[in-house]
Design a protein around this ligand. Structure first.
Ligand SMILES: [Zn+2]
Length: 266
């Protein structure tokens, strides 16, 4: 992927772009292929000129996509696949992010995802097509959200206090408001006093007044891991619909109600 910055007035974060590209191609059943793609960040004036010259629309816009191949050609293509060009205007992205209450980083990532699906042959000119394209985009937005949540759990697990089991665990709990509470397991020489990372994270969230959760990501010093029975019961107190996220190379997502189909109720 070639990334070109016309200017760097904005601190543009492209650290997740490669993963977004891989996940988007995976979603289309295209994997383990070499890809060539260029991404440019340009000014409002320059995106207006490109929009005028290539689409006959003399207005600035947020993102433009220039595909080189259609989806059948992409599927049949020999190495490397020439996907095309993405042009993003960070100034427009910044304004849009403010308008819809998104972060600038997430808005730029969304525009990149949107553009990738254009390069893969999707569009949103009529309503049916728009619904299909939005579904694909949403799948990648959600997947990236969980990949990042799992990264949070991985990032904290070294702090675990686990001298007895030697199994260090990090957990990151995502609330409906978008807050993330991360914690590690804390063991004790009186083994029964040990508290798992998931319940430590839950305690933090409840202490802050957050009671509604979307997902919890868990990772350990030996790789992917799932919560113990006590933690499942603790989490189910706040709803059965929680996503449990773990995984090594591939993300794994389970529903709490599938891991604990019949919870204890007083
Ligand atoms: Zn546990």
């Amino acid at each position: 992927m070639i990334i070109d910055y016309e200017f760097n007035d904005y601190s543009i974060n492209t650290v997740n772009f490669e993963r977004i590209l891989i996940e988007s191609l995976n979603l289309m059943g295209i994997s383990n292929r070499e890809i060539e793609l260029s991404v440019s960040f340009v000014s409002e004036e320059n995106i207006r000129i490109l929009n005028r010259d290539y689409r006959n629309i003399d207005k600035k816009t947020d993102v433009l996509s220039f595909p080189l191949l259609d989806i059948d050609e992409i599927r049949d293509s020999k190495h490397p696949i020439l996907l095309g060009d993405v042009v993003i205007c960070p100034e427009v992205a910044k304004k849009q992010a403010l308008e819809i209450g998104n972060t600038f980083d997430l808005e730029v990532e969304y525009l990149f995802i949107h553009s990738i699906f254009h390069l893969l042959g999707f569009d949103h000119i009529d309503d049916d097509d728009r619904v299909i394209m939005r579904e694909k985009e949403k799948a990648i937005v959600n997947k990236m959200k969980y990949i990042k949540l799992l990264e949070e759990a991985k990032g904290i697990l070294e702090n675990a206090y686990a001298p007895y089991s030697k199994l260090k665990v990090g957990a990151s709990l995502l609330s409906s408001d978008g807050n993330i509470y991360s914690a590690v397991n804390v063991e004790n020489s009186s083994f029964g006093a040990t508290v798992c990372a998931e319940r430590m994270a839950l305690g933090q969230a409840i202490s802050k007044g957050d009671h509604e959760f979307v997902a919890i990501a868990i990772y350990s010093s030996r790789g992917k891991i799932l919560p113990c029975g006590i933690c499942l019961q603790s989490l189910v107190e706040f709803g059965t619909d929680l996503d449990i996220v773990t995984g090594d190379e591939e993300l794994e997502v389970y529903k709490l109600k599938d891991l604990l189909p019949k919870e204890f109720v007083l």
